[in-house]
Design a protein around this ligand. Structure first.
Ligand SMILES: C[S@@+](CC[C@H](N)C(=O)[O-])C[C@H]1O[C@@H](n2cnc3c(N)ncnc32)[C@H](O)[C@@H]1O
Length: 279
């Protein structure tokens, strides 16, 4: 299937518009990278063949490369390859194996470790993305995913999502500067306020406020990261909020070793999950 005929082509084009306007380098800190992969430790990737499905501008590849995998590959539908290579630096980019393709259709063969962070919930058919994760994981290999949760996201689902349905149809610059910028400014103040309050009243109390745990996490970053996240939320034409029951159903796939499965509620509004495939 050609890239343009993928059902996710519109989503990938919207993201490419966002990624290609980012500054050079990873948008994530190493601390954020490690947090996304916990309970897995970086040692789990060292010397392994590793594949990222939906790599955006290479922000996670950048940190994954530092874990010294034996081979690092990536698949991305959007046209972000020049930006990604610039982000990673020519030396690093030349060692990577990057493919422009629809991850739900591509077959690159088996890897020791496959990850898919922030992607499945943007696919027209999220389960097809999860099947692609399993398809690329070798027997007894590991996989790890992260998705937006239905649980804990009422504010986003009832306030931001209806807005996204409109803003994803607007010119990108209008969404970025006229909508995402003021929205990010208000949320930035809220998150920083919660962080200040947490210093006095404790994280467990403040974390119970709307988007509390997530706000305490994101408030460690500066305003440009808030603006990036707000633009990402508002520019994409497809977003699903995935409940725990759905994640658990996916993990019942016969290819998954039931004793290896884990599901972690992250920041009160998302799911990290993974495991190993059977031998
Ligand atoms: C929110 S971004 C996450 C990027 C990266 N994993 C990260 O965490 O920085 C989602 C990415 O998935 C890509 N994507 C969406 N549908 C896709 C598909 N069917 N095949 C490959 N990539 C896809 C988008 O273009 C976008 O870059």
């Amino acid at each position: 299937m050609s890239v343009e005929r993928s059902p996710d082509a519109e989503t990938a084009a919207a993201f490419a518009g966002s990624w290609n306007r980012q500054r050079e380098g990873s948008v994530y800190t190493r601390e954020q990278f490690l947090d996304w992969f916990t309970p897995l430790e970086p040692e789990a990737f060292s010397g392994k063949t590793v594949l990222e499905l939906g790599f955006g501008n290479g922000s996670l590849l950048y940190h994954m490369a530092a874990c010294q995998p034996a081979r690092l590959s990536g698949v991305e539908l959007g046209d972000t390859f020049e930006r990604t290579k610039a982000n990673l630096g020519e030396a690093l980019a030349s060692e990577l194996d990057l493919h422009q393709a629809d991850l739900t259709k591509v077959d690159l063969g088996p890897y020791d470790f496959v990850y898919c962070i922030g992607v499945l919930h943007h696919l027209k058919e999220p389960v097809e993305g999860f099947r692609a994760v399993l398809r690329h994981t070798r027997a007894r290999g590991r996989f790890h995913c992260w998705v937006y949760a239905r649980e804990g996201n009422a504010v986003i689902r009832y306030l931001v999502d209806p807005l996204r349905r409109v803003t994803s149809r607007l010119p990108w610059w209008l969404t970025k500067w006229a909508v995402a910028l003021p929205a990010a400014a208000k949320y930035f103040l809220y998150a920083k306020l919660l962080r200040a309050l947490a210093a006095v009243f404790g994280e467990s109390l403040i974390g119970r406020l709307p988007l509390g745990a997530y706000s305490l996490w994101i408030a460690k970053r500066g305003f440009s990261f808030f603006h990036h996240v707000a633009f990402d939320q508002l520019v994409t034409p497809t977003t699903h909020y995935i409940d725990r029951a759905t994640v658990e159903r996916w993990l019942e796939d016969p290819a998954v070793d039931p004793d290896s499965r884990y599901v972690v509620f992250r920041n009160g509004n998302s799911w990290k999950f993974g495991g190993r495939t059977r031998s």
